[in-house]
Design a protein around this ligand. Structure first.
Ligand code: SF4
Ligand code: SF4
Length: 302
């Protein structure tokens, strides 16, 4: 006959075995991501959505897919020299490629987890079908930015972008939900945003307003959407100027660009005065070709 003590030990053993299996599963997922070229991966327990309470209840993982216990967030970096050309066909193509790659990764990781016996689900990179859909209802059914924050990948900056230590905001995310309880990653506590105001100053629609009482700024989503609509009409969506000018991200070190912040901050004015300003030639050349011009030439304030 099994004694009470033995039962307790058996219970602990089963729990311990489950923890060991989940640690092993985490290693397998990280290996999958490394082999597939994923730049960032983090693990968030679904309770973090409830604990923080920032995301409305219907938009939390368990409301979308009740078996979810962990959200795995994968990120792909957006190389800075291409982001700097925005708005351009070069930037648009990279953006589309990153989104397609993220959806493929999420689809493949979901099937990989299912094959290992863990029920899984993914939410695609962009949860909207058109600008008209966004104009009617300006949000997706699930947001990757809080998911990436809860998965320990970064903090939200003044621009409302997620800033990561590695890439700043020049990174795109996708989220996979799984019924497995995978050991979580710690969240980053210290804000990465240094409130330099570059995003607010360079936004062509003045959609970002700095706040003195907190890091995250006020954000005019309708003004940003207006910019997006203009760029979609010209076939060089998205804008992304607020991601381009953000100084955060260790990856900047590989590009060695002394004085680049001054260059960003002076761009709109310089190009308004002289669209052929040689200082900006490498970017304006790429903006000139392959897309409709729109009403005005130049960077940002178009
Ligand atoms: S994407 Fe462009 S318009 Fe929107 S907030 Fe950023 S800089 Fe402003
Ligand atoms: S540009 Fe400056 S203020 Fe804006 S998010 Fe980046 S660090 Fe923060």
């Amino acid at each position: 006959m099994e004694t009470k003590g033995k039962k307790k030990r058996a219970g602990r053993g089963t729990r311990g075995e489950l923890l060991r299996q989940n640690r092993e599963l985490k290693k397998k997922i990280i290996r999958f991501c490394r082999e597939r070229g994923v730049d960032l991966v983090g693990f968030a327990p679904v309770e973090r959505w409830d604990e923080s309470g920032e995301v409305p209840a219907d938009f939390r993982p368990r409301a979308i897919w009740p078996p979810a216990k962990t959200v795995i967030v994968m990120g792909l970096g957006m190389p800075l020299p291409i982001v700097e050309t925005t708005p351009s066909v070069v930037h648009m193509e990279m953006y589309k490629t990153a989104n397609a790659e993220l959806d493929q990764l999420a689809y493949d990781l979901t099937r990989f987890l299912n094959r290992l016996g863990h029920a899984s689900f993914f939410f695609p990179r962009d949860g909207y079908s058109s600008m008209k859909a966004l104009r009617e209802n300006n949000r997706a059914a699930f947001a990757h930015i809080p998911a990436a924050r809860y998965a320990g990948l970064g903090t939200v900056g003044a621009s409302h972008n997620l800033l990561t230590p590695e890439f700043g905001p020049r990174v795109r995310f996708v989220s996979v939900f799984t019924s497995a309880e995978i050991p979580p990653d710690p969240m980053i506590e210290k804000d990465l945003c240094i409130k330099c105001e570059a995003c607010a100053k360079c936004c062509p629609k003045k959609a970002i307003r700095m706040r003195s009482d907190r890091v995250v700024g006020d954000y005019d989503d309708q003004a940003c959407l207006e910019m997006a609509e203009e760029l979609v009409a010209r076939r060089c969506f998205p804008c992304g100027i607020c991601t381009k000018v953000c100084p955060i991200g260790k990856v900047r070190n590989i590009y060695k660009q002394p004085g680049v912040m001054k260059k960003y901050l002076g761009e709109a004015e310089a190009l308004a005065a002289n669209p052929e300003d040689p200082e900006y030639k490498t970017w304006t050349h790429l903006r000139k070709y392959g897309v409709a011009r729109g009403r005005k030439q130049g960077a940002g304030k178009e």
